[in-house]
Ligand binder design. Structure first.
Ligand code: 13P
Ligand code: SF4
Length: 322
């Protein structure tokens, strides 16, 4: 493997600056708010009104008074924003940017799975389709999953899906069993301790920080485990000078911006290709962001009955994680 290099913030080229100016002008004209996930490209994070983890972005979508919400993320995020705001226009730069984890849990198969445990409460990760949210009692994100499950009486059986790694992390933290749907995120599943250990040897003073969508063999070696927002906050407050970051490398931009004196190394995923990139998040570009504001398309549309079902479990999460 070639030697790993700490992250540096890329410089903005002229074309990106022109697009950024146009996006800002259109945002004013449309009375729009731009929400972006930490995994999007730096240029988008620079132009967004709110950059955050899934919970922070859902909250921003819930509380905004803008007429138009532009969601630079993956489909379930835009869909959640629309469910929270049925009366607003929700745009996505590219509405074909799905989350393979969410798509690995089809509603018909999940329904049959759930029927095997009729007495169980269903807690679903926000990385799921509106159909799954409507089949669920409570939604959670990676930043509140442990807290939400901890509020459920110990004798209540819980079905947790679709991410088995987040589910098993919650089980380990709370020392309680849950029935897990066997889904995973390909970006985080591809990290292994064998390969990350090579980075640890190269940067022996760095702390390993990891997202709970990673497998147990990685989490067991991590100095800190948390959502993207929690990893970012930890990187600022920790006295360590260097971090090996086991989550999608888009987050390194904000980490380096907030702590320019520290070093951030994207955890390698294998010998050949060193970074584990979410190609769906990278479908959001400055070009299609600008284009969606100009044409007011593509808009997210969610069936009303489905949205009403999904809203109950999303609202339950927002109430339980105040
Ligand atoms: P968080 O930003 O909530 O940590 O989620 C990570 C993720 O994979 C989003 O798709
Ligand atoms: Fe889905 Fe994984 Fe990409 Fe997040 S990083 S959007 S969970 S595929």
């Amino acid at each position: 493997m070639t030697a790993l290099q700490p992250y540096t913030i890329p410089s903005q080229d002229d074309r990106q600056s022109v697009l950024a100016d146009k996006i800002k002008r259109l945002r004013e004209e449309r009375n729009a708010i731009i929400l972006a996930h930490y995994y999007t490209v730096p240029e988008i994070q620079q132009v967004a009104d709110v950059v955050g983890d899934s919970l922070a972005l859902a909250r921003a979508a819930e509380t905004t008074d803008a007429d138009v919400i532009v969601f630079a993320g993956v489909y379930f995020m835009g869909e959640t924003a629309k469910i929270l705001n049925p009366g607003k226009t929700v745009l996505m730069p590219d509405n074909s940017a799905g989350c393979p984890l969410a798509d690995s849990c089809p509603a018909d198969r999940f329904r049959s799975f759930r029927e095997q445990y009729p007495d169980a409460l269903v807690i679903s990760y926000i990385n799921s389709t509106a159909e799954i949210k409507a089949e669920s009692d409570i939604i959670c994100t990676s930043s509140n999953a442990v807290d939400i499950v901890s509020q459920i009486p110990a004798d209540k059986r819980i079905i947790f899906g679709p991410d088995r790694n987040l589910g098993s992390y919650v089980m380990q933290q709370l020392e309680r069993e849950m029935i897990l749907w066997q889904g995973f995120c390909y970006v985080h599943e591809s990290y292994s301790w064998d390969v990350i250990e090579t980075a640890v040897r190269q940067f022996p003073d760095a702390q390993l920080i990891a997202h709970p969508e990673c497998r147990r063999e990685v989490l067991d070696h991590a100095d800190f485990v948390g959502s993207t927002g929690a990893l970012l906050a930890y990187s600022q407050k920790s006295p360590a000078d260097a971090f090996i970051v086991a989550t999608e490398p888009g987050i390194l931009y904000e980490m380096k911006k907030r702590s320019p004196e520290k070093s951030f190394i994207a955890a390698p995923k294998d010998i050949v290709s060193s970074q584990s990139v979410c190609s769906q998040m990278k479908q959001n570009t400055m070009e299609n962001l600008c284009n969606c504001l100009e044409t007011m398309a593509p808009q997210i549309v969610v069936d009303e009955t489905l949205a009403a079902g999904a809203l109950k479990s999303i609202r339950k999460m927002l109430e339980m994680s105040k």
